[in-house]
Design a binder for this molecule. Structure first.
Ligand code: AMP
Length: 536
């Protein structure tokens, strides 16, 4: 694979929200982002961030407050993130695929002082669902300001233009002092993850982490100057805000936002927007491989992926198509990427490892007894140290303490092993979390929803491989004595409380769940049975 030149140096500014003004002063006419037929040059983008920041201030958002935004990947949503961060407040993205129950759980945890939401998408109106979530969680007492983000209206919600116009009355001196006081180590973004209890925890991502991600990922991926990205990934995840729009912004590049990631239009979008760097999960790349090469997409130089491995056959097809390939491994809590593949990594290495650790992160593997693994070939939990990793979980002291080792290394929960040549191979996870179509699914959350059905005594969700989504959930259900459970009915029940990617693909009713001698459910046995479904 050709070795590409390093991209030009970009300075490490203290805050992610410093970059719009930085580029507005240098390349005011260069495009910053686009969506719904409009393009914002950097000068306009920086002014828009300031306008939204003033409006947020006027609406009562103060440093440390949370701003929750339910939106597809839209320019206004990303601008609202930068504006929130600029004030020293913390932005929380909510995925439009969430049900009322899921929205309520996040709002109850984040307790935002302002909620902005798109009015509707694909036939669903969101303000009534947000209000239902506020009803269910008793959050009206917090008096959150409600705003429609972008076009549309809703009862009780400020229209976007009215919200923006009111910002003209904000005290510019106050806003300026708040902006100046924001430090690099402050959180800018909350990304929710779940974990073993099924209750979401909000990882607090710092300005410095998002900035470092932008600098180092561009360098390691060898992205061209002013890279052009497609912003179709959800904005409630570090991938959409950090690895895509964030990396583009830090490097003076451009993000073309799209309402959703659609495999059927992805290729046309790449061509129409002259995208130079693709960063995505494996599902889309598996579909694109064989359809694209440098003649179909002359502007596309780099294809990067993360979140899950890419099959060797896909890696080979994309390499033969003439693209520079890069893979990376990171997590919301790490914020920055932990490893990157070498520019000249061979195909096998790209498909079976996540590359080499970023040398500044002190990446080390930890054995279950707490000692450090030093030899290649020996498994351990991946840990790392850096001042830019997550500041912990919002309002969750216990979970924050458990996120770090006694001596302060961040625990990823991933089990890895170093190869002889220093690349990291991921071999498993400590938690039961799995990835379906690029989305994290936490089995305990799914089990709790299924167990809320009166006929279910106990539910256990495990994953099995799936040709289309990489992994899908299989739910084993033990009914309460004497009750009968219909899997289709149970699936409908699950749909009322879970986003569609979390709903188990198979629901299997068993008289009793298999138990280990210690009376815990034998998950390994269930995993074997789930896998057998695929072979069937
Ligand atoms: P998230 O916090 O949603 O970004 O998920 C992070 C998790 O995704 C990591 O802890 C890993 O388990 C997994 N992951 C990230 N990148 C990769 C990769 N390149 N290959 C395999 N698993 C990955």
């Amino acid at each position: 694979m050709a070795t590409r030149p390093l991209p030009p140096e970009v300075p490490t500014l203290p805050r992610i929200s410093d970059y719009p003004a930085y580029w507005a002063a240098r390349t005011p006419d260069a495009p910053a982002f686009s969506g719904h037929g409009r393009t914002w040059a950097y000068a306009e983008a920086a002014a828009e961030v300031d306008r939204v920041a003033a409006a947020l201030w006027r609406a009562g958002v103060r440093p440390g407050a949370r701003v929750a935004v339910l939106s597809v990947p839209r320019v206004e949503a990303f601008v609202s993130f930068l504006a929130t961060a600029r004030l020293g407040a913390i932005w929380v993205g909510i995925n439009p695929r969430y049900t009322v129950r899921e929205i309520g759980v996040l709002l109850a945890d984040a307790r935002p002082s302002l909620i902005a939401s798109i009015s509707d998408f694909e036939g669903r109106a969101f303000p009534p669902d947000i209000d239902a979530a506020l009803d269910a969680t008793g959050l009206w007492a917090d008096r959150p300001v409600r705003v429609v983000l972008g076009p549309g209206e809703a009862s009780g919600y400020l229209p976007w233009e009215e919200f923006l116009a009111a910002g003209a009355e904000a005290d510019a001196g106050e806003v300026g002092r708040a902006v100046a006081a924001v430090t690099a180590d402050q959180p800018a973004l909350i990304v929710y993850t779940s974990g073993t209890t099924g209750t979401p925890k909000g990882a607090l991502l710092r300005h410095s982490g998002l900035v470092r991600l932008g600098i180092v990922e561009a360098r390691e991926f060898r992205v061209p100057p002013a890279p052009r990205y497609l912003g179709a990934a959800p904005l409630n995840h570090v991938g959409g805000v950090g690895d895509i729009a964030g990396v583009a912004l830090v490097n003076g590049g451009y993000t073309a936002f799209r309402d959703r990631s659609d495999p059927d239009t992805f290729l046309d979008d790449l061509r129409a927007e002259r995208i130079s760097v693709v960063f995505t999960g494996p599902v889309i790349l598996i579909r694109l491989a064989g359809l694209i090469d440098r003649t179909v997409l002359p502007d596309l130089e780099v294809i990067g992926w993360g979140g899950a491995p890419l099959p060797l056959a896909t890696v080979r097809t994309l390499a033969e198509a003439g693209f520079a390939l890069s893979t990376t491994y990171g997590s919301s809590e790490a914020t920055v990427s932990v490893t990157y593949s070498d520019a000249d990594a061979d195909l096998e290495t790209l498909a079976t490892t996540v590359g080499r650790p970023d040398p500044e992160l002190d990446v080390r593997l930890r054995a279950p007894d707490g000692t450090w693994v030093t030899d290649p070939g020996v498994e351990g939990e991946v840990t790392l140290r850096h001042p830019t990793v997550a500041a912990g979980y919002w309002n969750r002291e216990d979970a924050t303490a458990a996120l770090f080792t006694e001596d302060g290394a961040l625990r990823t929960g991933d089990i890895g092993v170093f190869t002889e040549d220093g690349n990291l191979r991921l071999v498993g996870r400590i938690s039961e979390m799995f990835k379906s179509g690029g989305y994290n699914v936490y089995p305990r959350e799914v089990e709790l929803v299924i167990e809320s059905h009166p006929h279910v005594r106990s539910a256990v969700v495990v994953s099995r491989p799936d040709p289309r989504w990489q992994e899908v959930g299989v739910c084993f259900v033990e009914p309460v004595a004497g009750a009968s459970v219909d899997p289709d009915h149970l699936r409908d029940h699950a749909r009322t409380g879970l986003a569609n990617y979390k709903v188990p693909k198979d629901i299997i009713v068993l008289d009793t769940l298999p138990l280990l001698p210690n009376e815990k459910v034998d998950r390994q046995e269930l995993k074997r049975r789930a896998r057998a479904l695929l072979d069937r």
